[in-house]
Design a protein around this ligand. Structure first.
Ligand SMILES: Cc1cc2nc3c(=O)[nH]c(=O)nc-3n(C[C@H](O)[C@H](O)[C@H](O)COP(=O)(O)OP(=O)(O)OC[C@H]3O[C@@H](n4cnc5c(N)ncnc54)[C@H](O)[C@@H]3O)c2cc1C
Length: 507
């Protein structure tokens, strides 16, 4: 088996991973492993932008974040997010991220749902993520201290006596590789790939959450999944994201009769928090309405949103009609691996950062454009802590080279069936009956994997095992939470949390 050693091992190649690597690379040897190509991340796909405080007197950034999160946020960490936002953006500026500016040379800020003012920076119009991660990659490619392994899937953590020593990964050729490190960081992103209708890369199924939880790390908030209201709905399927920034620039949600769908629903109408907009659309679609985004009021649509225009045209949408058909889809996980404000998990030497971590900043519903910011701010903090507190060499761990196991005699379920189950039972509106039946089904499907060591599974089996494992975490959490709260909506409950009684929040 190939064995590698480094100071810092990072799983994932999205923004959270790249920020940690960049900040650590001057002092430490960093290894990045990623299960696909380095660009196959949600970070690369991010369109709308990244939020940043607009000066010391921008108090509403904090209150907007708390309000979108239904005041269930970890208020200390929200304070950190807001107060360290300018420093995080400075890092991006120093790297040369080409944020879009205005004719007078100042940066252009847009507005999205739940924000009470314009505070969202963007690049390439609607290609913010691509520009940010490309800027990082350029710098990291030149560093002698950073190695990147693509198509390398983290499989199982090496934890001994409560200390994480690295992990075992699997190559595309199904061979095992041992990566030992003083610090192991999971930056494995979200779980959208558990649903058919999602804005996420289909490969994002919560691997990091599965392997951390199996090793004994706490996971929480798994029932809180944000469904984005506006995925492009072409040919009966949701295909890609239509950023909320389109509504920020004047786009309006209408039904087939041209009636404004959000009128009278919420004071912020089309820019109301995402859970409210998404549920309103979901109900309208269930009733048989066809929802579209009316872009007739968006100035210079093609120039402002070149990427979205191209996506629409490629899917056969005639933008001259100024209507983009939309429907909601799974977008972002608010919960995840429980961490403190430095990414530390319950297991010493193991950290989580970015969407896979639950820092509590998003509460039970994320404010738009706060996740790129969370990835930047908390990744910087983690990296700075690692640099400040070097640890001595770790003991060497022996890893057995194991053959893949033959599970052929067991009928395994498919990714398609798991997605159908999750969409039907743990989607936007949940009921006890559907959740109980889903949990039973997941237990049945998990049967063949009981007592099988993860390193002995083929990559395909590992994918199914992780999908089932994380789905079970989501369904169990959704079942336990009987009331509707934020992004978690129980169709069979009349009880809705009184958010004002919960100010101060909890994780
Ligand atoms: C279409 C779209 C648009 C968005 N727009 C915005 C926006 O405008 N503003 C905003 O703030 N947020 C936006 N978001 C959300 C935001 O992009 C993500 O929350 C954020 O980028 C997550 O970053 P990350 O580094 O945590 O994970 P990701 O960027 O998703 O990266 C996860 C990485 O982990 C790797 N990985 C996973 N499992 C394994 C494994 N077992 N082994 C090895 N590697 C593994 C993946 O291959 C990937 O490299 C958007 C999301 C989508 C999908």
């Amino acid at each position: 088996m190939n064995q590698y050693e480094s100071d810092v091992l990072i799983v994932g190649s999205g923004l959270a991973a790249l920020m940690v690597a960049y900040e650590c690379s001057s002092d430490c040897h960093v290894t990045i492993i990623t299960k696909s190509s380095w660009q196959d991340t949600n970070s690369y796909k991010a369109q709308g932008g990244i939020a940043v405080r607009q000066g010391q007197d921008d108090d509403t950034f904090l209150t907007d974040t708390l309000s979108a999160g239904h005041h269930q946020n970890n208020a200390t960490n929200v304070n950190i997010l807001v107060s360290e936002s300018e420093a995080a953006i400075k890092t991006l500026n120093d790297l040369g991220v080409p944020f879009d500016d205005q004719p007078d040379g100042t940066l252009h800020c847009t507005k999205e749902g739940g924000h009470s003012r314009r505070r969202i920076l963007h690049a390439g119009g609607d290609a913010t993520g691509k520009h940010i991660v490309t800027a990082f990659k350029k710098v990291l490619d030149q560093s002698k201290n950073v190695d990147i392994f693509e198509y390398m899937t983290a499989t199982e953590l090496m934890v001994k006596n409560g200390l994480c020593h690295g992990l075992v990964a699997k190559t595309e050729q199904q061979t095992l590789a041992a990566f030992q490190a003083k610090h192991t960081i999971l930056a494995t992103g979200g779980i959208g790939g558990l649903y058919h209708t999602t804005s996420n890369s289909q490969s994002l199924i919560g691997d990091g959450i599965a392997i951390a939880h199996q090793a004994g790390a706490r996971v929480s908030g798994m029932e809180f999944i944000q469904f984005h209201p506006t995925m492009l709905a072409a040919g009966g399927q949701a295909k890609a994201l239509i950023s909320e920034a389109v509504r920020g620039e004047g786009g309006i949600l209408v039904n087939q009769k041209g009636q404004k769908v959000m009128a009278g629903v919420h004071p912020q109408r089309d820019l109301a928090p995402r859970d409210i907009v998404a549920r309103t659309l979901y109900r309208a679609i269930q009733k048989g309405d066809q929802i579209a985004l009316d872009i007739s009021c968006v100035k210079s649509f093609h120039r402002r949103f070149p990427n979205i225009a191209q996506i629409c045209e490629a899917k056969g949408i005639d933008l001259a009609q100024e209507r983009i058909p939309v429907s909601p889809g799974a977008h972002f996980l608010m919960g995840g691996i429980v961490t403190d404000a430095y990414g530390r998990t319950d297991i010493k030497g193991l950290y989580a950062v970015g969407e896979t971590a639950n820092t509590g900043v998003h509460g039970v519903n994320r404010l738009a454009s706060n996740s790129l910011l969370e990835a930047c701010v908390f990744a910087r903090r983690l990296a700075h802590m690692i640099i400040r507190r070097p640890v001595s060499t770790r003991e060497k761990i022996n890893v057995d080279d194991e053959r893949s196991i033959n599970l052929d005699s067991h009928p395994l379920t498919t990714a398609h069936d798991i997605r159908t189950l999750m969409e039907g039972s743990a989607g936007m509106i949940r009921t006890e009956q559907r959740l109980v039946s889903a949990l039973r089904q997941l237990e049945r499907w998990l049967g063949p994997f009981h007592d099988v060591k993860r390193t002995r599974l083929s990559l395909q089996q590992l994918k199914i095992a992780n999908m089932l494992y994380v789905s079970r975490l989501i369904v169990s959490a959704a079942l336990q939470r009987k009331e509707s709260l934020g992004a978690h909506y129980r169709g069979d409950s009349t009880h809705i949390y009184d958010k004002t009684s919960l100010v101060g929040g909890r994780r």
